[in-house]
Write a protein of this length. Structure first.
Length: 1006
């Protein structure tokens, strides 16, 4: 239930002047390169120094290798060089990885390109004893919570056995290697004293592996089953006592002695249940019955509810107890299980085949949910009664389904009993630990304390800590929890800061690790990539006197390399706009790894719809054309490697889901990438997958001519009526994709006759679809209905269209129809614009920066630049005003406990694109930026200097308003970019004078 860690090593003696090749002694040069790949992950060490982590994500039968320059790490004055590779194999699917066979592939090349060393039988291999295997999942999206025991004795090395088969040889990485920048966490926020949960009274169950239909898979199927155990209350306490249960995970009901124990308190993902029981033996059961099985772990803890007076004394500053463990109450039996009470038929989450037919074996849980739930409830009542295990012969839950430890659960159960904000017990570097205050000092953390560190900005990389532990304190535990947001609140109540533990709907993400220290000084570099701003370090000593000295904490930030010479800039007379641009640019960069990702903290996933935006943003901001093309290529390959009927919603991934709006945005994105790069070869490479996606989509236009499928018909998190098969935004986006497909086919058709049929087919299908879209227009109100309500629960078409119109409306259908020219008749245009500018009461409005970007695209095209600028200042300004340095996934209404879900989301970085295009009116007239038009406008901002990327170099732009109110504009374009400057089109609200010739430099041409 966890990562399998192995370390492979090869010792070679390499000297200057020695012969090259496969000999044991070879010349070392500065430009030597290692080509390396592994399944699932690797970390490369040379002579004890970390060199790289990888590889770039790919498919099991189409992996990639990284090219790592290693000359600086090799000893070139003779002697031995030690190459070590730590290989992690997940053994399960994630949102970045599909299960394959564990292995390492490596070649060392000299500066002439000749192979000096390969991974073969001469290497030695050993399991890394310190890495624990039976640990909880972080989440289905990622791997496992990291548990490392530095005191573990390493296993002996043995010769490597299996060779990577020839048909699995990886291909060269098709995107730039990541940069590595170390950042120190130097700001300490507060220190808490804590009371730990009683030892041995908490469990984390791998319920997805135990009850799931397909272990190792992350496809959503459903879970159903019951876990049960017993506890004993001695007769000494005749009045009985209160038992407190804490639960994290998917629980239908908690029962004690057959009765449901209600939830007494909800703290984000943690629910507290309290029940009063008398003397004797009592049974407890936990039932599970839910389709949403993307919470893989179930954590349960119990204790005798502590006396409120005891808590009060501790908050007043008295020394906390190590735990509240009553000698009169004992957990009496091992956990027993019903086993799985439901099984899925096929491991897939995609209900549609490429021919448009439905797969009846997919998503069958919902069809039997009521029947399964009744069975679960009946069994839970029985299993929650004492003696059930012996009377019914229930089988004990195997230990492999119970985690050995859970750092996240321990952190969630810790109770703060005192807080010392801003006053850190410290020790000067190099001295023995003792409470001390002073500048540049290390921090001494006694057992039973925790320390909050703040990087003061979000990051994305690998955490490292340098610590020291006393010689008698081997086995001291350091738990680390990484997160994005906390609110200080009122610390006087002893509860400490309000940490935002959950990202979405109470689902836990175990962004944590546990490190068991050995005696002495030691450095731990985590293997897990993490996005975070804050680190909470908790010390759990084997003795109350144990102390951990923290010498330093840092992160090796590992991102797509942002060349300073190619990094876009925006500087103006408006500091607010400058700050919004900087915030958006930083957000985007944190979401650029070997692919675009949605967020660095929770999923690190290439979500295809998000990538449409990110590809545009990164093209003009970082010139990251290789990253945009790589992401599009991975999506295209999902047809072949994930057997998808349409482009997958995220990939490479073990979750084979289709999200139609994202499939269509991918097609549109390919055409936009081509517009920026001008690469016809890229277009030709993508077109077979485009054809497959659109052909399948056309087959699914079956509900009054509209696209209809029982898929996740999501567009954004706003409450659109998107829970039906026929959701209008899908059809509008498909119309946009068909138009893009036809134009791409026409482009390719100029060089080949093979595409003329595609262009005609897509154009005809689009014409029919736009006509069908008009059937959901309500002319009296000037709005579209969000959807056609399911007629009979499936693909039924028995009811007339009028009776099936959803009563809900949204801005989204209006701005998407405007953007993709899918309005069925001209009269609807003004009404759709009104919906964008002043939505009527009751209409669902934009809920995320993702959707806001589409809306602002439309307003810019429709000549409402002032409104675009107003929305940028207000929408992103609200995030800025909250003190954030990154753009949020959503903006929650005022009064919400936390302001957003993810605090750093790539789909939210729209201002990096919008601001230069807004003020300078940039239009790409020919693919590859060969010809562009510029139409500058001031919009009340008196000075702007900006740069944007083109495939030919930076385009430099300047404008200012002179004393007479005239707009003075100049630019410097790469030689291969032909520029035409025209007066700005009239806006709907004002006209600005433009003098494009004033004070223009000699490189200015019209």
């Amino acid at each position: 239930m966890g990562n399998d860690e192995c370390r492979m090593e090869n010792n070679r003696s390499m000297e200057r002047g020695a012969p090259s090749g496969r000999d044991a002694r070879a010349t070392v040069g500065p430009r030597w390169v290692i080509e390396i790949s592994a399944d699932s992950r690797y970390r490369l060490w040379i002579n004890g120094r970390r060199v790289a982590d990888g590889p770039a994500r790919g498919y099991p039968n189409a992996p990639f290798f990284d090219r790592v320059e290693v000359g600086a790490f090799l000893r070139d004055e003779g002697g031995e060089n030690v190459l070590a590779v730590e290989v992690t194999h997940f053994g399960v699917d994630t949102f970045q990885y599909m299960r394959g066979a564990p292995g390492l592939w490596l070649r060392l090349r000299d500066e002439r390109g000749e192979v000096v060393l390969v991974s073969d039988g001469s290497w030695s291999v050993r399991r890394v004893a310190g890495h624990r295997v039976n640990v909880p999942r972080i989440s289905p999206q990622l791997g496992f919570e990291e548990h490392f025991d530095a005191s573990a004795v390493e296993a002996p090395a043995r010769p490597a056995s299996r060779q990577w088969r020839r048909d699995e040889l990886p291909q060269a990485r098709d995107v730039a290697e990541p940069g590595n920048v170390r950042k120190e966490l130097e700001r300490t926020v507060l220190m808490d004293r804590i009371r730990e949960w009683p030892s041995g009274q908490a469990w984390t169950f791998h319920v997805r592996e135990h009850l799931g239909s397909f272990p190792g898979s992350i496809n959503m199927h459903g879970l159903a089953g019951v876990l049960a155990s017993e506890f004993h209350v001695a007769d000494i306490k005749e009045a009985g006592c209160e038992i407190e249960f804490c639960v994290i995970g998917l629980v239908r009901e908690l029962r004690v002695d057959g009765r449901v124990v209600p939830v007494a308190e909800v703290d984000q993902d943690l629910r507290r249940h309290v029940v009063k029981v008398g003397p004797g033996v009592h049974g407890a059961s936990i039932s599970i019955c839910d389709r949403y099985d993307h919470v893989p772990e179930l954590s349960v803890a119990w204790r005798v509810a502590p006396d409120p007076e005891v808590r009060s004394r501790e908050v007043r500053g008295q020394r906390p107890e190590s735990g509240v463990q009553s000698p009169e109450v004992h957990w009496r039996s091992p956990w027993v299980s019903s086993g799985a009470l439901w099984r899925g038929a096929r491991d897939s989450h995609c209900p549609v085949r490429a021919d448009g037919s439905l797969d009846a074996q997919v998503d069958t849980f919902e069809r039997t949910r009521a029947e399964v739930a009744a069975r679960v409830d009946a069994l839970a009542r029985q299993m929650s009664k004492a003696e059930y295990g012996r009377e019914k012969g229930a089988h004990a839950l195997e230990r492999i389904f119970i985690a050995e430890a859970d750092a996240y659960l321990a952190v969630r159960l810790d109770e703060v009993v005192a807080t010392d904000a801003g006053r850190m017990p410290t020790v000067p570097a190099g001295e023995t630990p003792a409470p001390h205050h002073g500048p540049n000092a290390c921090v001494a953390l006694p057992a039973g304390s925790r320390l909050l560190l703040d990087l003061e900005n979000l990051t994305n990389g690998f955490f490292e800590m340098d610590i020291e532990v006393g010689e008698n304190d081997t086995g001291t535990v350091i738990d680390a929890y990484f997160f994005e947001n906390y609110q200080s609140g009122d610390l006087a109540d002893g509860q400490g800061p309000a940490i935002q533990f959950m990202q979405n709907d109470g689902n836990p993400y175990r962004t944590s690790f546990r490190y068991v220290a050995r005696a002495g000084r030691q450095v731990f570099l985590s293997l897990q990539r993490r996005g975070f701003r804050y680190v909470l370090l908790t010390v759990r000593g084997k003795t109350p006197d144990a102390v951990v000295t923290l010498h330093s904490a840092s992160v090796i930030e590992s991102l797509y390399p942002a060349d300073p010479a190619r990094k876009a800039e925006f500087h103006s007379s408006d500091p607010r706009l400058d700050a919004i641009f900087k915030m958006s640019q930083h957000t985007l960069h944190l979401c650029m790894e070997d692919t675009f990702t949605d967020c660095p903290s929770y999923e690190q996933t290439l979500w295809v719809g998000d990538a449409r935006h990110e590809a545009l943003f990164a093209a003009v901001t970082f010139g990251a054309y290789d990253l945009a093309e790589r992401c599009a290529r991975l999506v295209a390959d999902s047809h072949r490697h994930m057997n998808m009927p349409m482009a997958a919603c995220q990939c490479p991934s073990g979750w084979d889901a289709v999200l139609p709006s994202f499939s269509f945005l991918w097609v549109i994105s390919v055409s936009e990438i081509h517009l920026h790069t001008g690469s016809d070869s890229f277009l030709s490479e993508m077109f077979p997958a485009i054809r497959r996606t659109l052909d399948t989509a056309i087959l699914l236009c079956t509900d009054h001519g509209l696209f209809s499928a029982p898929m996740w018909n999501f567009f954004e998190w706003a409450p659109i009526d998107q829970g039906h098969n026929t959701v209008l935004h899908n059809s509008i986006l498909l119309a946009g994709a068909l138009d893009a497909g036809a134009r791409m086919a026409e482009r390719l058709g100029t060089k080949s006759d093979d595409f003329s049929g595609d262009a005609r087919c897509f154009s005809e299908a689009r014409e029919k679809l736009v006509s069908a879209i008009g059937r959901l227009w309500r002319p009296d109100e000037g709005v579209f209905s969000d959807a056609l309500v399911n007629a009979d629960g499936g693909h039924g078409r028995n009811a007339g269209i009028a009776s099936r119109l959803s009563p809900k409306t949204s801005q989204h259908t209006s701005f998407l129809a405007l953007l993709f020219d899918a309005l069925p008749f001209p009269a609807a245009r003004e009404a759709a614009l009104r919906n964008c500018l002043a939505p009527p009461k009751g209409m669902t409005t934009v809920g995320s920066p993702f959707a806001m970007f589409f809306l602002l695209e439309v307003l810019l095209c429709e000549h409402f630049p002032e409104r675009v600028l107003e929305e940028i200042r207000a929408f992103w300004g609200r995030i800025l005003d909250a003190g954030s340095k990154t753009c949020w996934e959503m903006v929650f209404p005022d009064g919400a406990r936390f302001p957003t879900r993810s605090h750093c989301h790539g789909w939210s970085a729209g201002p990096v694109y919008l601001l230069p295009f807004l003020f300078f009116g940039i239009e790409i007239l020919e693919p590859g930026w060969r010809r562009i038009r510029l139409s500058p406008r001031a919009l009340g901002v008196t000075r702007i200097d900006a740069t944007v990327n083109t495939p030919h170099g930076l385009l430099r732009l300047h404008q200012h308003t002179d004393s007479g109110g005239k707009l003075v504009f100049s630019y410097q374009a790469p030689p291969d970019v032909s520029v035409k400057v025209t007066p700005v089109p009239l806006s709907r609200s004002q006209e600005e004078p433009v003098d494009a010739g004033s004070e223009r430099p000699r490189f200015f041409t019209v």
